[in-house]
Design a protein around this ligand. Structure first.
Ligand code: ADP
Ligand code: RBF
Ligand code: MG
Length: 436
């Protein structure tokens, strides 16, 4: 039993980057406008954008112009230009992974919620047009235009708590930006950071975050005295006896076999994504001894953004090499079957930035859990994935051995989960067999 950090009664939610996935769109649109205003390097513009993340649109525009020393246009004119471009594209914005689950859960349990957004009310209406009314289910809303000072000042969170009718010290704030965390702490609330700036976690600690988690999937409400999620599923994972002490898990021994219990989060609905296998960094098999069949992220951006960075399990369908495919599965390993020329196999996958290697681009890379022997060249072949559950966040590790050991444990979790009735049937998905 873990001791709660604090006992709170109310939840205050930031919008952009916390509940809805606006940050990439805003970065794309605003950066393009900024680049037209001067000969800036991409990294300078990116740094400036990260510096203002969480601010109100007007404050952010002014601050970015100061940082980049843009003087040939007014703040209002630049804001009008970016707003018009963004208004035409808000419909592309989907919810952050886990946001719908959180809102439904809080609603079902009658936990009072506030939205505290830097967005002014007029922008908010346009932003939320394509979102089917979930904002109305929040108890109260506070918008950026209603307060004197924007984040990092505490005003918006003080207003949200006031509208909830409670002391801010009984509230926990969910925020994706360092400035928002600062504002929440200045208001006297607790703050959970869910970073949208993936390469600078220290900024969130400096801002005073009480806890930093990698995505909403990892939110543990019981730590805050709030009704806990009950949708995770326990998986009995068979482990090598040497692996049982890995992280203090409950070890069960039966028939001389050691099991640990891990829990996974089922995804409903399953996320389907696929494409031709492309070349990655070439270190999966070489550095880790774990080959991962990388997919090109660009064409499946929407599907991959529906998943928080992290480790997942599910089923894979790999289209055969027609030339050397005789249609028989002589290996008969009990897990993988060949249907016409598609191989269905269990898989465990990583999606994200791989902190251990500090990648700058997101990768989607499944390890198919069977031995392909001489047929193990997938490059260019079509691969389809049905992602059924979430295992854990991406992590950094002290050593390569620790990373590799963890990946093997993930594979054990995936095998354990996929053997369970509720996940086993996923291999019959027509999508995997290229029937849809
Ligand atoms: P890359 O960096 O190009 O992805 P890796 O070292 O990660 O290279 O190896 C991945 C490649 O290994 C896959 O694209 C595929 O061709 C091959 N491979 C062989 N067996 C497997 C497997 N079980 N799972 C995934 N890829 C495999
Ligand atoms: N990389 C990390 O930096 N952190 C991780 O927690 C991590 N977990 C992984 C889990 C699985 C199941 C797999 C297949 C890979 C994982 N890796 C992780 C990704 C690894 O870094 C990646 O395969 C390399 O980037 C190889 O190109
Ligand atoms: Mg790979």
């Amino acid at each position: 039993m873990t001791t709660p950090f604090a006992k709170v009664t109310h939840v205050i939610l930031d919008l952009d980057g916390t509940l809805i996935n606006t940050e990439q769109l805003v970065d794309e649109v605003v950066s393009a406008v900024l680049h037209k205003r001067g000969d800036f390097t991409a990294s300078r513009v990116r740094k400036a954008m990260e510096h203002v993340r969480g601010m109100r649109p007007g404050d952010g525009t002014r601050a970015v112009m100061d940082l980049l020393e843009i003087t040939d246009v007014s703040v209002d004119a630049l804001l009008a230009e970016t707003s018009a471009l963004l208004d035409a594209r808000w419909g592309e914005v989907s919810m952050m992974p886990g946001a719908r689950r959180l809102l439904d859960h809080l609603h079902v349990h009658g936990v009072k919620t506030a939205l505290a957004t830097s967005t002014p009310a007029a922008f908010l209406a346009k932003k939320m047009l394509s979102h089917d009314g979930w904002v109305e289910r929040l108890s109260v809303v506070a918008t950026g235009d209603e307060v004197e000072n924007g984040k990092p000042n505490p005003d918006i969170f003080l207003l949200a708590a006031e509208r909830l009718g409670v002391d801010p010290r009984t509230c926990v704030v969910l925020e994706d930006t360092p400035l928002g965390v600062k504002a929440a702490k200045a208001a006297g609330a607790f703050a959970i950071a869910i970073p949208s700036i993936h390469d600078d976690f220290a900024a969130y600690e400096d801002a005073g975050a009480d806890q930093t988690i990698r995505s909403l999937y990892d939110l543990d409400l019981s730590l805050w005295g709030l009704p806990p999620f009950r949708d995770r599923v326990d998986v009995a994972v068979r482990v090598a006896p040497s692996n049982t002490k890995a992280d203090g898990n409950d070890v069960r021994v039966s028939d001389n076999k050691a099991f640990v219990v891990e829990s996974v989060l089922p995804l409903s609905p399953a996320v389907r994504l696929g494409g031709p296998v492309v070349r990655g960094f070439g270190r999966g098999s070489k550095t880790l001894g774990v080959p991962t069949a990388n997919l090109d992220v660009a064409p499946i951006k929407k599907e991959s953004d529906a998943l928080a960075p992290g480790i997942y399990f599910g089923w894979a369908g790999l289209r055969g090499n027609d030339a050397n495919d005789d249609g028989n599965d002589s290996r008969n390993d009990g897990e993988a079957r060949k249907i016409e020329n598609v191989i269905i196999a269990p898989m465990v996958m990583s999606i994200g930035w791989n902190p251990f290697f500090d990648n700058a681009t997101k990768t989607v890379e499944p390890w198919l859990l069977r031995d392909f022997g001489k047929d193990g060249d997938f490059y260019g072949r079509e691969l389809r994935l049905a992602v059924l559950g979430y295992v854990r966040p991406e992590a950094d590790f002290a050593s390569l051995e620790a990373l590799v050991e963890r990946i093997h444990r993930d594979a054990d979790v995936a095998r354990g989960a996929l053997a369970m009735e509720r996940f086993e049937g996923g291999k019959e998905d027509p999508y995997l067999k290229f029937c849809t």
